[in-house]
Design a protein around this ligand. Sequence first.
Ligand code: PLP
Length: 453
Amino acid sequence: SQLQTFSQGLNKEELLEKDRSYMWHHMSQYNPNPMIATESKGAWITDVDGNRYLDGMSGLWCVNIGYGRQELADAAYEQLKSLAYFPLTQSHVPGIRLAEKVSEWLGDEYRVFFSNSGSEANEVAFKIARQYHHQKGQPGRFKFISRHRAYHGNTMGALAATGQAVRKQKYEPLAPGFLHTAPPYCYRCPFGKTYGSCNLECAQVFDEVINWEGAETVAGVIMEPTITGGGVIVPPPEYLPKVREICDKLGVLLIIDEVICGFGRSGRKFGHQNFGVKPDIVTMAKGITSGYLPLSATAVRADIADCFNEPGTNRHFRHVNTFGGNPAACALAVKNMELIEEEGLVERAEQLGVALREKIRVIENHPNVGDIRTFGLICGIEMVENRDIKQPAEPDKVTKVIAESKKRGLIIGRNGDTVPGFNNVLTIAPPFATTDEDLEFIVRIVKEAFDTL
Ligand code: PLP
């Protein structure tokens, strides 16, 4: 009967037929039989056939708190009844409360601009950075530098900042003014060095690139604390502080993209807090509502924001967004953050991450496992054909591990683009609601899936 409610009386075949006729799916190659999810609780999803799966990817890295939290539904419901909409050209209470809470979690005074998606949050960051330099008398600063392998979103600017060729081809030209440097990828060091005996060339290169480009033309550097969607590339601990230092020296703003790493995923409230740096601008989305409703934010250091707030000067940020900061989404986000605090879920994510790192070692000697990288409750398993020469695993092998896991009730992800088109990094980032038993399940299934190769 529950299934009837969700599917409005249609059986699976009828649903699939309508799906094929009317739905255009995100990203995936044409799939006539997509999984149709109907219910969820904790770390688990149920499909239209009644099969249960542990969602080892928290949806698209977003359902941090876990599925089925009544309190979040209630917070949105109550807000929808009292004030469903009001534009943030003026203000509303849940928006004010959320902006304060985000600022508190960042541990400093930031002013928060709301949008609906991670891509938009990054676009906002780029526009604010350019306008800031304009208003500070340096209108020539328009370029942004990011890393190859990074993903920053699907819109023309955010995609231009993205450093993965296959995502951009066929859509170019994108926004001008975006440049890329090599990532801090110790397993395949782009500088041919070994961590411990290197000079952190991956960080130092920002100094060179900014100077070669002309520092007076560079507005900002954008990076995730750890590259997530481009193969889980975890930087050495000194990397971010070094980039911060270079940005400060050259007058370039440091934008940290916390769309995935934020809201506890890294084992801290925000990913950059693992490295002791203070960003100029922080972008966030996904985990802010644990994926329950669309919402994103761009938090800007107060002294930068001040330069937009001089009455009578026409220096305001000329950017309006109809849905950004919808009251119900903000109310839900506040409740989400309160629950994360009250239930100690940042600490729980850290604990789960440590346990996963330890337990996943059961596969570390498998011939197709090249490298295992973790950052908080994010795990990337880089698959190779040959461990000596690190040749990326054939796509079919990666597909097989994913399919064998799914057959056994576990959803895991895949990305990487190690060689363009070779997505040979498996990803695991389950909700913080994952129980100890669930974690054992994840590790057992991944091991069994590798054993089928
Ligand atoms: N930035 C990062 C690091 C992301 O992983 C993503 C999405 O996966 C985005 C930005 C874009 O977010 P959205 O899909 O909400 O536009």
